[in-house]
Design a binder for this molecule. Structure first.
Ligand code: SF4
Length: 203
């Protein structure tokens, strides 16, 4: 096992929620990409569907009603968030001030609702919630997802301590790997089939 010679902060590099999603998909993949300078071809990059879909049709009537549905008082759009504590950065679609005085992030997904991908989106939003707590010096208790291809299905998800701790653990594990720790391969061998690192990866 290699020593953790560097702390994450020394890299002066911020991690994004998408980086963490990729890491969860396969920690070993992150190791190759970040530590060995082996950049993957973009077209072979894992198709982690957490990108920022720009082709949103926010003019739809239902979208306009979102604020009403979630009891939002005001909102900020395309909010750039940075957490110095966790070395995290990202842009969330919207940040709402709710009637109860709390803040909540909301993201639109140009996707249909599917259980399989829900966890990925949930983790992504939990990362935004962590950042929001630091930037707004507040406690975030929930966040929202809107599935544009499922008739603007609105999902409200609780941001509880369990999820908060889970995110912090992901970030801690990620930092160890980019500091040199060689992680286990993904347990899902199906993920290796199209991986650009499969020829150098011992499984
Ligand atoms: S070959 Fe499999 S275990 Fe290795 S980096 Fe790729 S996805 Fe991960």
């Amino acid at each position: 096992m290699q020593l953790y010679q560097n702390l994450f902060s020394e890299f002066e590099e911020y991690v994004t929620p998408t980086d963490i999603i990729e890491f969860i998909y396969c920690p070993r993949f992150t190791y190759f990409m970040r530590n060995l300078g082996i950049r993957q071809y973009e077209e072979k990059r894992f198709k982690v569907q957490v990108g920022r879909e720009k082709h949103l049709d926010k003019k739809q009537q239902n979208i306009k009603q979102i604020r009403k549905r979630i009891k939002g008082v005001s909102k900020e759009q395309e909010k750039y968030l940075v957490s110095k504590k966790y070395g995290l950065k990202g842009i969330v679609d919207e940040v709402y001030l709710l009637e109860d005085g709390t803040y909540a992030p909301l993201d639109y997904k140009f996707a249909e609702y599917k259980d399989k991908e829900f966890d990925t989106y949930k983790t992504q939003m939990a990362m935004y919630s962590l950042m929001l707590e630091e930037v707004y010096k507040t406690n975030v208790s929930k966040f929202f997802l809107v599935y544009l291809r499922s008739k603007n299905l609105l999902k409200e998800i609780e941001f509880d301590d369990k999820l908060r701790k889970k995110c912090v653990k992901y970030l801690s594990d990620y930092k160890k790997v980019i500091a040199g720790f060689y992680p286990k391969a993904t347990a899902s061998k199906a993920r290796c089939i199209d991986c650009c690192y499969r020829n150098i990866c011992e499984k």
